[in-house]
Design a protein around this ligand. Sequence first.
Ligand code: NDP
Length: 316
Amino acid sequence: TKQTVIITGASSGLGLATAKVLADSGKWHVIMACRDFLKAERAAKSVGMPKDGYTVMHCDLSSLNSVRQFVENFRRSGRALDVLVCNAAVYLPTAKEPRYTADGFELSVGTNHLGHFLLANLLLEDIQHKQNDNERRVIIVGSITGNTNTVAGNVPPKANLGDLRGLAGGLDGVRSSVMIDGGDFDGAKAYKDSKVCNMLTMQEMHRRYHEKTGIVFASLYPGCIATTGLFREHYQLFRTLFPPFQKYITKGYVSEEESGKRLAQVVSDPSLNKSGVYWSWNNQSNSFENELSQEASDAEKARKLWDVSEKLLGLA
Ligand code: NDP
């Protein structure tokens, strides 16, 4: 029987490309956890995914109710979960005003971090109690932009979670700041902060659960996939110039297809089975264990982020 992988945000870009690689292999059944059911179905058809290789299930990460509903629906499907991929993200670099999730959190951190934090915590139970002995993995897509030890991570505004006072207050813009560090709204920074949270969450999960459960926890930077929908909110001029800039100047560009192969490796390659690793690829497309920035590997901050997030989501 096939192994089961859940991929959030599989309706476009990296998530879709990964879903296709895994479904085409014939070894995986992909649960496409998407906010737009029709779009996801159309996307799967348009890239030619085999019909018996996937199921679309509704999941809007910007609503905690929807995340809980998704987990219920998945459980009702009766499938044993092998791998969870937290991939979906929003990026609002040009927003002048914050937007909010259904539960009143600033949208980027609310979706990219809090939605996935809840989903991963709920599904951990399903992955732990699985009957077969296939390898089990939880993967959270990170990014270079949150890593201030890189050139890309040093383009302002830089990621910085500070002492997490805004997050602790609920990121609601009324009682607390909408930014994790308590500062003024900045959409580009909110995205980078959310990616630092993703990388910290992966490491904290590794520390809490790897030894106990054998589950492999990993994060990755798939390369700069300059053509995806992630940049849909950016200025048109940026969207025109960014892909050639990444292709010819920084040489960090990867196609959606190549990025999908990379994430699919982290899902299924037996040699990428080390837990607590942040994977990257060199120019020859070989994977290696990359280093995270000081903030993104700060164990004390990871623990604090975990506690604050648990409290906000009512998990503690
Ligand atoms: P896309 O915009 O193409 O894909 C993002 C996906 O997330 C879409 O399927 C989108 O759904 C989904 N999504 C957004 N909001 C929600 C929500 N509330 N609930 C459920 N799904 C949602 O971007 P990418 O493929 O580039 O991004 C995928 C991941 O890769 C992200 O985590 C991003 O941070 C990361 N990444 C991307 C890089 C790049 O260069 N592009 C570089 C490094 C990391 P819909 O189709 O309905 O809009």
